[in-house]
Design a protein around this ligand. Sequence first.
Ligand code: IMP
Length: 423
Amino acid sequence: MAVDLLLGLQWGDEGKGKIVDVLTANYDIIARFQGGPNAGHTLEFDGIKHVLHTIPSGIFHKNAVNVVGNGVVIDPVIFKKELDALKKFNLDINAKLLISRKAHLILPTHRLLDAASEASKGKAKIGSTLKGIGPTYMDKTGRNGMRVGDLELSDWKEKYRNLANKHEAMISFYDVDIQYDLAELEADFFKAVAALKDLTFIDSEEYLYQAQKQGKKILAEGAQGSLLDIDFGTYPFVTSSNTTAAGACTGLGVAPNQIGEVKGIFKAYTTRVGSGPFPTELFDEDGETMGRVGNEFGATTGRPRRCGWLDLVALKYAVRINGVTELMMMKGDVLSGFDKLKVCTAYNYKGEQIDHFPYNIEAENVTPVYTEVNGWKEDLTKMTAADQLPKNLMDYILFLEKELEVPIKIVSVGPDRTQTIHR
Ligand code: IMP
């Protein structure tokens, strides 16, 4: 049985949490393969709104087992908070949530290093979520990191101390004003590690291999989006993991020939949080309307998201890099009310019109070339079937399918589980 993937195709916040939650009924296992608590996956059902950061979005479904894969970085302090928030739902956490021993740990000093690095960059800062993601992946690739499996060894505190001491020296090297009380941070950290140690640790690549052999259906859940990928995103304004399809192979130990459907999620427009280039960004009333109607505020940091028209040049690039086989369009309802919609179908790149995603997409290199289409006025949020969708929205969908050469299988018309139209 192949492993299906679910990936964000833009700069994150496409609505992966909702879609995983909708799709979980079809899967036995949901596995997160990269990122950490920089993610904020929002789920809405039965009048409840719940945000998950590290725990996979299948946690609320009765039969789904949720795996935190080796490619994920875990902050025990945030993880404990997530577990505490789940207590009221009476879930059998030890059976439903399994953690890879090979996942790396975010230490309090990783968070401080993130803050010090950002402060030292001034205006050139990445706009990191300050969750310690970059420094933790740096320690992973630098072969200095601490992994979940280390917590089962008797000398883990010694290992922790050595690494934290090194980090403190690095923080002072940055020569920026970062105020902190490490003793207090460590007290929280050790308490949280004790809670983490009560969970079920596994060799997740072996678990997933055996599950696949038994015919279990597995969905690999991505975090962030393709344009934040460490290799293919808008470097250096990216996150520190591979958010694209290949990241699911390395982040779970699933072989490339075992990948089945690649489900790609995009918003009917574009958003971005943090710094970095964004060719179709709007600074006018249209952008303000998208942000207000779409409630575009970061689920992790609360920061307002930058908004703009759909960028098909970037979306095509993401579809190709990931080998997307099915698309899901989110937040079509937010665009209701616009007379005309713009879609970026090419870039003017240094005086030449191109339709591929170039090395530099900063405003001085790239100006978007737009195609204008008719908008729709109808409220979509109560619609339940594709034949109820307004003609102009259907034309928008057909136009995108033709450009992207991949079918749009789901159209989401609101945040709730039930506001999902299958085509
Ligand atoms: P980091 O992953 O916290 O290091 O942040 C690096 C960049 O990725 C920043 O621009 C963040 O705003 C962005 N980012 C990280 N996680 C997410 C996410 O889940 N959604 C959207 N943007 C994200």
